[in-house]
Design a protein around this ligand. Structure first.
Ligand code: MBD
Ligand code: FE
Length: 282
C-alpha cells in the first residue's frame, strides 16, 4: 500500500496531541504519590545514564538526542512516539489479570462519541468507499458464557489508503468510526471495509528516528475496537488480517495471535468474519 495522499506528520501529530489534551487524561488535579514518582523517575533517569556510560555516548550523540526530543514536541508526535514504542507494555500490565478477550493498545487515533446505531450497523462511509467490503459480526459474552445484552462494540479504522478520519485531511468527519449496540443476545453485526496497512508518518521526528535506525514504519492492517457492557471491564483491542506481511514485525508491537481474524469469502467479492468478544466482570 502506498500513501501518496498522506497527511503531513505535523498535521497528524498536532491532531493527536490536541486529542490527548481533550481526552481528560492529562495529569492535573490528581494527588502526587511522591514515593511512586521518586521510584519511577529515579529508575528512568538511571536507565538513561547507564546507556550513556555503557555505550560511551559522545557529545555529538547527546546533542542529536536533544535536537530530536525538541522536534518530537514540535511535530506533536509525543502521543505517536509513546503509543508506538511504550504503550504495549503498559497494556500488558493493565490487562494480564483478564480471563476474557485479549486486548491491545488504543494508539493515538481514538475519538470518543462516534455515531451509534443498533445492530446491524453500517459504518459511516463515503459513497463508493474504496476497499474490500467486510462484514464483522459476533457475540458479546461474559466470562461465564452469558450473553451481554445491549453491550456496545465500537470500531475505528483506517480507510483503504491507510488514512484515519479526524487525523488526515480530506477524509470526512467520523468516516469509518462507529458504535453498534448489540441485541438481547449480545449479537452484533457491522458492515465496513478492509483497512489498508498503516505507515506511521515518515517525515516527522518518529519517521526520522526510524530512517536513522534502519527500521520500518509499518503497522499491519488492523481494526481498532472497544467493547463495553454493564458490570464489565472495558476492552480495548485491535484485530488483524492473516497473511499481512507486517503481522510479525509491527512497529508498535501490538499483534497477538488471539487477535487474528478468520476471514471467509462472502461469495460476491467481499469478506465475512465472526469474532466473539468475552468481557471480564468487574
Ligand atoms: C496507528 O494506527 C496505531 O494504531 C498505533 C498504535 C500507532 C500509530 C498508528
Ligand atoms: Fe491504528
Amino acid at each position: 500500500a502506498t500513501q501518496d495522499t498522506y497527511q503531513t506528520a505535523a498535521a497528524a501529530g498536532s491532531a493527536a496531541t490536541a486529542r490527548f489534551r481533550d481526552s481528560g487524561k492529562l495529569a492535573g488535579g490528581k494527588e502526587v504519590d511522591v514515593e511512586r514518582v521518586n521510584r519511577l523517575a529515579t529508575r528512568a533517569v538511571k536507565a538513561l545514564n547507564d546507556i550513556v556510560l555503557e555505550e560511551r555516548v559522545t557529545y555529538d550523540e547527546y546533542n542529536a538526542l536533544k535536537a530530536w526530543l525538541i522536534k518530537v514536541g514540535e511535530d506533536g508526535e509525543w502521543p505517536l512516539f509513546l503509543d508506538v514504542w511504550l504503550e504495549h507494555s503498559v497494556e500488558e500490565v493493565a490487562t494480564d489479570h483478564r480471563e476474557g478477550n485479549k486486548g491491545s493498545i488504543e494508539g493515538p487515533y481514538y475519538v470518543p462519541d462516534a455515531p451509534t446505531s443498533e445492530t446491524p450497523m453500517t459504518m459511516p462511509m463515503r459513497e463508493n468507499e474504496e476497499g474490500t467490503p467486510l462484514v464483522f459480526k459476533g457475540q458479546l459474552r461474559s466470562t461465564d458464557g452469558s450473553p451481554l445484552s445491549q453491550g456496545k462494540v465500537e470500531l475505528w479504522q483506517a480507510d483503504a489508503k491507510g488514512l484515519y478520519s479526524q487525523f488526515a485531511e480530506g477524509v470526512p468527519e467520523w468516516n469509518l468510526r462507529g458504535i453498534v449496540i448489540a441485541d438481547d443476545n449480545g449479537n452484533f453485526e457491522i458492515n465496513t471495509i478492509e483497512p489498508a496497512p498503516y505507515q506511521i508518518p515518515t517525515e516527522g521526528a518518529c519517521g526520522q528516528l526510524i530512517a536513522a535506525a534502519g527500521w520500518h514504519a509499518w503497522r499491519p492492517a488492523h481494526l481498532h475496537l472497544k467493547a463495553v457492557a454493564d458490570g464489565h471491564e472495558l476492552l480495548t483491542a485491535q484485530l488483524y488480517f492473516p497473511g499481512d506481511e507486517h503481522n510479525d514485525d509491527d512497529v508498535a508491537s501490538a499483534v497477538k495471535p488471539e487477535l487474528m481474524l478468520d476471514l471467509q469469502d462472502d461469495g460476491s467479492g467481499g469478506k465475512v468474519t465472526t469474532y466473539d468478544i468475552v468481557l471480564d466482570p468487574i
